[in-house]
Design a protein around this ligand. Structure first.
Ligand code: FE2
Length: 290
């Protein structure tokens, strides 16, 4: 079929006017995502119960994602605990190096589309490395990756990320990456590597919220570590006396989670629904008095 130049021109003007109207009216449709840092055991689940609803209301959150790899007494997750977290307002969960610590996960991870484990585990590992959530009529892709510095030698998360992101991009421009990693250099490097390719690169695993939440130059929201949701007066969630003694004696010790004040660490990210580019990232910290 032959097309006249005027047909093309008309098409261009229609789409140009549509964009122009949106720009003139200042209409950018934003999706607001809450990502909660590693939920550690019962204190972490109590923090979710205590804070999540009010945070969702106050910040007008559209979709809530959390790292749940420490949710069962600091080691993995069970079906009941996953359900408890979904019932308390979390819509999707990522995992990390503790994913297999509670063997119960083997029984349900393949049937649970709301929970993913690092994509760079070997082929044949149960579960999925990425998934989708629907919110506000949009599809949000979530990719979970594990670092390799001071962690098991999984597949390269850098080259793997490009492959998995290309698959996610066929479905949506809105992509959140949870990079569960130890070394700050590896996390920052992946942030820059994926800048402009995804909506957000969010570090997890080290349980201390870092003060570097920012937008990278090509529109990717970034933070080196979102932090921990669990007992504040602890060493990464564990009773401080146990860890201090371990450093003093170099002897093995059974880990017990700490009590006392509980905290929730998270980030709030605004994402342009059409382009998938982030517009804003803000780190938040909530804490009980006692
Ligand atoms: Fe971890």
């Amino acid at each position: 079929m032959k097309c006249k130049f005027s047909d093309y021109l008309n098409e261009i003007l229609v789409s140009y006017n549509y964009e122009l109207v949106r720009v003139l009216e200042g209409v950018i449709y934003l999706l607001r995502v809450l990502f909660i840092g590693d939920i550690v055991g019962k204190p972490g689940r109590e923090a979710v119960k205590r804070f999540l609803k009010s945070v969702q209301e106050e910040h007008k959150i559209d979709v809530t994602i959390a790292n749940g790899e420490n949710a069962a007494a600091g080691k993995g997750i069970t079906k009941d605990i996953a359900d408890e977290l979904y019932n308390n307002g979390i819509q999707f969960m990522t995992m990390g190096n503790h994913v297999w610590d509670n063997k119960e996960i083997m029984n349900f991870i393949d049937r649970e589309p709301r929970l993913i484990r690092p994509a760079n585990y070997p082929v044949g590992a149960p579960g999925q490395g990425y998934g989708f959530i629907r919110a506000m009529g949009k599809k949000i892709g979530v990719l979970n990756l594990s670092g390799r510095v001071f962690l098991p030698p999984l597949e390269d998360p850098f080259s793997g990320a490009i492959r998995w992101i290309n698959q996610l991009k066929q479905e949506t421009p809105i992509i959140i990456v949870d990079f569960h990693a130890e070394a700050t250099s590896e996390k920052v490097a992946l942030g820059w590597f994926l800048d402009g390719k995804v909506s957000a690169v969010l570090g997890t695993h080290t349980h201390i919220q870092t003060a570097d939440a920012r937008l990278l130059s090509q529109g990717t929201a970034y933070i080196t570590d979102v932090g921990m949701t669990g007992p504040r007066d602890s060493v990464l969630g564990v009773k401080k006396e146990i860890i201090i003694n371990r450093f003093l004696t170099q002897l093995p010790a059974k880990f017990e989670l700490a009590g006392g004040p509980i905290q929730m660490n998270a980030v709030v990210i605004d994402i342009d629904e059409d382009t998938g580019k982030a517009q804003k990232i803000e780190a938040i910290q909530l804490l009980t008095d006692a």
